[in-house]
Each structure stands twice: as C-alpha cells, then as structure tokens.
Design a protein around this ligand. Sequence first.
Ligand SMILES: *[C@@H]1O[C@H](CO)[C@@H](O)[C@H](O)[C@H]1NC(C)=O
Ligand SMILES: *[C@@H]1O[C@H](CO)[C@@H](O)[C@H](O)[C@H]1NC(C)=O
Length: 251
Amino acid sequence: MAASYKPRKGDKSGAASDSPSQSTLIRRWGIRAVLLALIVGLYQWANTINDRFYILTPAELNETVQHSLKLAADLNTDPKTNASLIISTLVNQLADRHPEMSWATDIGNKRDWVFNNAGGAMGSMYILHASITEYVIIFGSAVGTEGHSGRHTADDYFHILTGQQSAYEAGDLTREIYNPGDVHHMKRGVVKQYAAAPETWALEYARGWIPLMLPFGFADTFFSTLDLITLYHTVRVTGKEMIKNLLIGKI
Ligand SMILES: *[C@@H]1O[C@H](CO)[C@@H](O)[C@H](O)[C@H]1NC(C)=O
Ligand SMILES: *[C@@H]1O[C@H](CO)[C@@H](O)[C@H](O)[C@H]1NC(C)=O
C-alpha cells in the first residue's frame, strides 16, 4: 500500500538515508552495553561486600559439628535414633552459640521439613537458618540420591553427619569420598556429580547472595515434579526465616 507509506523523519533516498538509522542503532546498542556492564559491575561489587554480613565461619561450624558428633556418639546406644540425636545435639549447640541470629530448632516438626528436587537429585531438608547472605540446613535422604550439584554462585560446605557422600568432577575417573565428620567444600563455580548413600544426612552451610541461588532449587519443581504444595512450604519456611532474621538486623 504505497499510499499509506510515510517516510521516516530524515529518510531520504540514496546512501545518505542509512546514516541516521545506523547511528540510532549504534546508540541503542551502546546503551544496552553500558547497562549490561553496570549490572555485571553491580554484581561484582555486591560480591565484594557480602562478607561483612556473614556471622558464621566454616572453621567454627566444623568445630561445632565435630563436637556434636562426639557428644552424640558418647550418648548413643541405638542406631535407629542416631541421626536424630546427632542432629538435635548440633542444632541446640548452634542456637546456643549464636543467639544474634534466628534459628529454627523444632526438627521434630514434620510440617517444616520439605522435599527438595534439584539437578535430578532428591532429598529432604530442614532450614535451620536462612538470611539474605547465609543459610544453614539439614539436608539428606533416607533412601539415598544422586544428581548434579548445581553451579553455585556461592561457596557451599557439606558437613557429613551420617552415611556417606561421594562426588567427582568431569574428567576425574575416581571419586572423592566423604564420611561422617568430613567436610565437602563445593567451591563457587565448580560442578560435580554427587551421590549420597541411604540415610546420609549433612549440615549444609552456604554463603553468598542466597536469593540468587533459589532458581536452581526451584527449577525441578517447574520442569519436573510440579509439586506446588512443596514449593509453597519451601517458600513459606524460607521467607519466614529470612524475615525473622531481617527483623533482628541479620542481613
Ligand atoms: C574439621 O575439624 C577436624 C577436627 O578438628 C579436623 O581434623 C579437620 O581437618 C577439619 N576439617 C576442615 C575442612 O577444616
Ligand atoms: C552413629 O553415627 C555416627 C556418625 O555417622 C557413626 O560413626 C556411628 O557408628 C553411629 N552409631 C550407631 C550406633 O549407629
């Protein structure tokens, strides 16, 4: 419809017509490049300041775990209650040592335990502490599991309490083995395939910008399990802990 064709402003015939639209294009992409650089810069800057919000240290957590394992082993008589004794001893110690952060300690409350499907692995977890920059959970599986570790944006420390975890990186032909008392440190950016034997339970500690890690944790819900009830409870307990911590000034 030639009649409805309106030339754009500055749209003349010939080679000269290209230059204004080209410069518009260059400006548009220039703005996008600057925005992208700003976002990358902001993210990198955010990663240099988050350590001022951390309260826990891997060394102290390891020490608390070792102490609880020993205490539980001394008290223990029955293998059937072993894991629950170790976990409750540990949880009480953490809450005693760090009253300045909020802890959920009611591990007998089944309503606050949730399944977690991520990277093809399935386990269940109890959130002991969740704030914007740190989380501490009990994670494991009574039947065992295997899957992709996820490519984390933060350092992740797995303190094995019972059972056994094994893992390897692509290119390795043998596995790393982690037994009770061992710490499996998943460094930022590293990916592994991991497996957990039946009745493996671990204290997992992660630090970094926690909200940025949640998409991996939820991906399997949207693309595999469609278990929205579990998603609801996960968001409920995570949100509750984060808000409780914000209210007492723990970022
Ligand atoms: C944890 O503590 C134990 C006992 O003190 C020590 O042998 C081990 O090397 C520590 N592990 C890490 C990863 O720091
Ligand atoms: C209890 O758990 C610890 C750590 O996983 C293990 O070393 C110990 O053998 C267990 N004890 C019993 C009685 O199952």
